[in-house]
Each structure stands twice: as structure tokens, then as C-alpha cells.
Design a protein around this ligand. Structure first.
Ligand code: GLU
Length: 460
């Protein structure tokens, strides 16, 4: 829809009517100021507004140039496609897709594609912004992007998924490419989805570019240019971050207890890898229910059970519990590894943990985070904790470009180095600015981006 001057004026009028005293945190104030300047509609409950609010607050702490704040406040491109797809029963559906390219000053746009039936543009915008922050924090040569298809992948057959994936790839056309924008798996997508995307893209590529064309996506199957260690990468990266940061908090991995929200790729790998390191998984919750076993739930057996049944409910090695019990179960580490904004103020009041480790993107609302920090819980931010995924994506892209194959040990060694350096950057920034880890992680990312803008300049 084209936004007319009248609509815009009405939105700004509405903004001014809103009870501003409801959010007077520095993050809200920073975002409100910029949104007014951009003449953009804002809503403090909106995920994008919240995410950019924290980023701008960090930018204010660093005192970066105003133009950097303006540039980061909106994505460079927001692409929307509508894909007509034939279902197995002969009916047709028009499926909405998004690709938001937030920033590419550090290199090609990079970020996953998610399939979810409730996905919205503002969510994709937030996730794209977080990808810019993630790649900058880890010093990867990438910008940030995110894509989505508004479908429930569990409700589609394999053939239907293949058709919609290929159709979306064709619709995106030259908006993606190994030197321009490189998608990867995210919620509801996997290596098979990436194989269909790569195959479709290669079919359209000029013959002289076919060899490098498979670098258009990462997270591909091993047999088709994927990297060793990519599947477990997000969980593995999180474990390396914990190795780097827990000792400073007077803790260490063996013998810790943890609970997890979400048992998909990130949750189940995090569970298995933490168990391998001697920690105990006490409780798990997903879309099917919540389970608890004080003595420990076998992470490997649960992963097999979920692969067969689709969820944790009914797992024989644990007791079913309700949501309130799940949140209030005492653990050392509480790890949300599912959707955004799952941990709200009410949950934060129930949570009894020492450290909340954000495996998912933006799982904690600002109010919940403030409450947790006030009660002495450390909150380790997503752009640090879940950067292992895109880091091994970078390794895959590098291997594809150089026609190399790295073994699993080399991938782990390089991932560990990058995660430790990123964790160190966050620690140093949090000391330098005397701020919490989330602000420190954004500040460490923004400082790098600002330096690159300084040397590159803003064209023209
Ligand atoms: N979807 C993952 C993320 O949110 C991975 C992105 C990528 O590998 O490009 O970080």
C-alpha cells in the first residue's frame, strides 16, 4: 500500500497521542526520536521498534555519528513476493514471501529464510537488523538480511514444499546471489530447502558462473557443497560462548543444570552438546507441551523422539508439567531456543536461573530483560550466543568459493576462535561503557560498522 501524506500525518498524530510515559527508557527515547525524524509510525510493543531501540541506545552510548543511526534505523530493501503454488489436491494458493536486506556495508547481505504461518514484515525486519549486528560483532565479511515465507511447513507435503521453495527462489531472482545476498536455513527450513534453492538458482545462472553459483545459499547438505559442522553450528557456538564467559561469573560447564524452550535444530543441538560437556537437562518446552526430569532428560533420546513424533509431549523419560512449572523450575542456565519475545515480564518473574542464554533471536522482551537484570540474572544476548550458525555459513561459503572441503575438527577450531573473540569484544565493551551485555554486544557491532562507513564514505 502506498502511504499517502494524509495517512502519514494521521500516524504521526496518533504517535503523539500515545501515552509516552509508558516507556521512558533510553532505548525507547532513542527510537522515538529517530522514528519522528523519519516520519515513521512507531509502537513500543512492536518487535522492530524494540530491537532498533536497543541498537540506537547502544549507538548513543558510543556517541556515533547521527547518520549511522539514521542508516541503521531502516533496512536498505524490503522485498515482498507472492508465489502462486499448486497444492497436491490440484487447488492453488498464493503464498507471501519476504526478503529484507538490512545493510551491506561490510559485505553481501546474509541471513536465513524462515517458514512460519504467522510471520510478519516487522518480524523479518527485526531479524534482518539482528543479522547485521551479528555479522559485525563476529567480524564476518557480511551485512544482514532475513527472509520468510508465510506458510506452515508442517502442513505441507514434501512436494508442495519443493514447489513453493523453487517458486520463491525464482521470484527472488537476482535479488539473491553468492556475491550479493546469501540465504541460509532458519526456523522451518533445513538443508533440503537450501538444496532446492541452490539447484533452482544454478539452473538460472550463466554457464560461466555455475561453479560458484551454489554459494548462493549456505546450510546445504554435505553432498552438495555443505560444510562439516553446519547443522550443529548454532548450538556449538553457544557452548563456546559459555566456555568463554561462565568462568567470569564464577561458573563452569560440567555439572550445570539447564532448561530449554524449543527442541528444533538449535535447541536439540544445544541440549546434546551441553550434555556431552557434563551438564544436565532438567526441563524442555515446545509447541506440544512441557516436560521435566530432575535427574536429567537424555538429550539424545529426546532428539530421536522429537524426530519421530514432532514434539516433546509424551516423552516417556520425563513427567509432563504445565507452563508455570516449566518457567519456575530452578536451573543454572535458562535457554530460550524458539520464537521471538517468548519470555515476557510474567515469565521473567517466574524464572529462577543464574544466566539466561539467548539461543533464539530476540526471545526476551525489554521489560522481561530489565526485570531479570534487576534480580541479578545475567542475560547473554542472541547476537553473541547464536552467531555460530552464520559463522559456519561463512566457512561453507568460503569453502565453496575456493573449492575446498574442511574437516569437522578444523571447522570447530575456527568457530571456537571466532566465538571466543566475539565474547571477549562484548566483555571489553561492557566494561568500557559500563553497560549490560546486550548493549555491549550492539555497541561492539556498531563501532565496527561506523568505522567501515568512515573509511568507505557514504556514496555519492
Ligand atoms: N538463520 C541463522 C541465524 O539467524 C543462520 C543465518 C545464516 O547462516 O546466514 O543466524
Amino acid at each position: 500500500m502506498r502511504i499517502t501524506q494524509a495517512t502519514l500525518a494521521f500516524r504521526i498524530f496518533l504517535n503523539n497521542l500515545r501515552p509516552m510515559e509508558t516507556c521512558d527508557t533510553p532505548a525507547c527515547q532513542s527510537a522515538r526520536e529517530i522514528f519522528r525524524e523519519l516520519e515513521e509510525y512507531y509502537d513500543e510493543h512492536n518487535l522492530y521498534f524494540q530491537t532498533i531501540g536497543s541498537v540506537l541506545h547502544a549507538a548513543d552510548l558510543l556517541d556515533v555519528d547521527h547518520k549511522i543511526k539514521l542508516i541503521l534505523s531502516q533496512p536498505k530493501n524490503e522485498i515482498m513476493v507472492h508465489c502462486p503454488v499448486e497444492m497436491d489436491d490440484g487447488s492453488w494458493r498464493l503464498i507471501k514471501g519476504y526478503r529484507v536486506q538490512h545493510n551491506n556495508v561490510l559485505g553481501p547481505y546474509k541471513g536465513g529464510i524462515r517458514y512460519h504461518h504467522e510471520v510478519k514484515l516487522d518480524e523479518v525486519k527485526s531479524l534482518a537488523l539482528l543479522m547485521t549486528m551479528k555479522c559485525a560483532l563476529a567480524r564476518l565479511p557480511y551485512g544482514g538480511a532475513k527472509g520468510a515465507l508465510k506458510i506452515d511447513p508442517r502442513a505441507l507435503s514434501r512436494d508442495e514444499l519443493e514447489r513453493v521453495t523453487r517458486r520463491m527462489t525464482a521470484a527472488l531472482g537476482s535479488n539473491i546471489g553468492p556475491d550479493y545476498d546469501i540465504p541460509a536455513p532458519d526456523m522451518g527450513t533445513n538443508a533440503q530447502t537450501m538444496a532446492w534453492m541452490a539447484d533452482t538458482y544454478i539452473n538460472f545462472a550463466e554457464s560461466s558462473k555455475k561453479v560458484t553459483a551454489r554459494g548462493v545459499v549456505t546450510g546445504k547438505p554435505l553432498e552438495f557443497g555443505g560444510s562439516a559442522g553446519r547443522e550443529k553450528a548454532t548450538g556449538q557456538g553457544l557452548v563456546y560462548v559459555l566456555d568463554a564467559l561462565l568462568p567470569g561469573m564464577g561458573m563452569a560447564l560440567p555439572d550445570l543444570s539447564f532448561s530449554l524452550i524449543g527442541y528444533g535444530n538449535v535447541g536439540s543441538w544445544t541440549g546434546r552438546l551441553l550434555q556431552l560437556r557434563g551438564s544436565r537437562m532438567k526441563a524442555v518446552m515446545d509447541h506440544t507441551g512441557a516436560i521435566l526430569n530432575e535427574a536429567g532428560i537424555d538429550a539424545e533420546a529426546l532428539a530421536n523422539y522429537v524426530a519421530e513424533t514432532g514434539g516433546v509431549a509424551g516423552y516417556p523419560g520425563a513427567e509432563p508439567i504445565n507452563e508455570a512449572t516449566f518457567y519456575s523450575t530452578p536451573v543454572d542456565l535458562f535457554i530460550p531456543a524458539a520464537l521471538e519475545q517468548m519470555v515476557d515480564l510474567q515469565h521473567a518473574e517466574q524464572i529462577q536461573c543464574k544466566v539466561l542464554v539467548e539461543a533464539a533471536n530476540a526471545p526476551t522482551t525489554p521489560r522481561a530483560e530489565r526485570h531479570l537484570l534487576e534480580k541479578g540474572v545475567e542475560v547473554l544476548p542472541a547476537i553473541l550466543c547464536n552467531t555460530g550458525g552464520v559463522t559456519v555459513s561463512y566457512f561453507e561459503w568460503k569453502q565453496n568459493r575456493q573449492s575446498e572441503t574442511w574437516d569437522a575438527a578444523l571447522v570447530d577450531e575456527r568457530l571456537q576462535k571466532i566465538m571466543h573473540q566475539a565474547a571477549q569484544r562484548v566483555l571489553e565493551m561492557s566494561e568500557r561503557l559500563d553497560c549490560n551485555m546486550r548493549l555491549a554486544s550492539y555497541a561492539a557491532a556498531i563501532e565496527h560498522i561506523a568505522k567501515v562507513y568512515e573509511v568507505r564514505g557514504v556514496f555519492p
